[in-house]
Design a protein around this ligand. Sequence first.
Ligand code: SAH
Ligand code: SF4
Length: 379
Amino acid sequence: MTIDPYAADDATWAAAFGDQPAYRVRQIRAWLARGVDDPAAMTDLPVTLRDRLREVLDPPPEVVAETSADHGLTRKVLLRMPRSGEAIEAVLMLYPRDEERERGRATVCVSTQAGCAMGCPFCATGQAGLRGQLSVGEIVRQVTVVQRRLATGEIAVDGAPDHVTNVVFMGMGEPLANADATLDAVRWLADPERGFGLSARSITVSTIGVVPGMRRLAALGLPVRLAVSVHAPDDALRDDLVPLNRSHPLADVLAAADEHRQATGRRVTFEYVLIDGVNDSPAQAARLAGLLTGRGAAHVNLIPMNPTPGVSWTAPPVERQRAFARVLLDAGLPATIRANRGGDIDAACGQLYASYTMESGRILPMAVGAAARVAGADR
Ligand code: SAH
Ligand code: SF4
């Protein structure tokens, strides 16, 4: 069994390289922390040790495909993970420096699961079901692979950073349904000594509302940003749009979001997918405003529904999206309508897996059932 270099603890390193001076392991870990996980590139190690590392460590994930959109500002990399053999998508979104943004940003959107068990009917990942959990190494390597491509100039855009500045856990899967690996990945990314050294403030974890996981995230003691996917202003509708709501209803999810803000000092972002004729009426906007007012929301992110196979839902017309946002703004909530990135390559965050679902024909009956119930309901 080879070692996952990003999951290995002190004891594992000691057992594997106990015959080496301690500084060798420190050197190896320093390379890993910089995102260099190919032993051949660890140039300060003796060649014999590099050869041994190649045998002992999991190989880096293979980049199977790379697609780009938005004039090269959005890139999707499809990675084959060495351990599970799973193909995982990660997305890089570049935001070059401009008048508004003094410093550019390079944000990586990572997946935490292959598929997702939550079955939200509007989501392509949810329709495919859960195929497996990713390990901490498989999560952080989505960042290191991109970091390497930026550092070597394989990906280079004028005014955009040559390193990863932000990480968002918004790819495939529900991060807090794989909480052990997600929390370890967050810790590693934010660790300035042994890890990637990213500011915890630049890390965002998006959740559908796994309350116990939200509590564990808050208890980490790191000022990580939490994004909560709300999607409906009441339990009756949310039960169908977010099946997990039946065990973790809105009030509990919002209370856990409040706890996160109190524990970390970070304001919470709320996400709301706008679906034409389902959750986009002015009355629903007013109800949502009622729920979120007084919670110190950092941001209400309105995401026009991206079409997915399996359901016929679409985004509301732009005017209706704006009217929804206006109700929230009038109530004093900082609401914006998200410009979808990478729509033409299915790389919009949260939109991964659409091609898998389509090709395999695997759409969860649960997702189709929930969509039918919403369609049949009188709202
Ligand atoms: N499981 C987590 C994180 C991944 S999804 C969560 O649900 O929060 C990331 C975001 O993409 C979520 O807000 C999700 O609601 C959104 N999303 C999923 N499917 C979408 C679709 N078809 N159109 C627009 N946004 C979608
Ligand atoms: Fe899973 Fe999030 Fe998609 Fe729901 S929206 S199915 S929780 S990835």
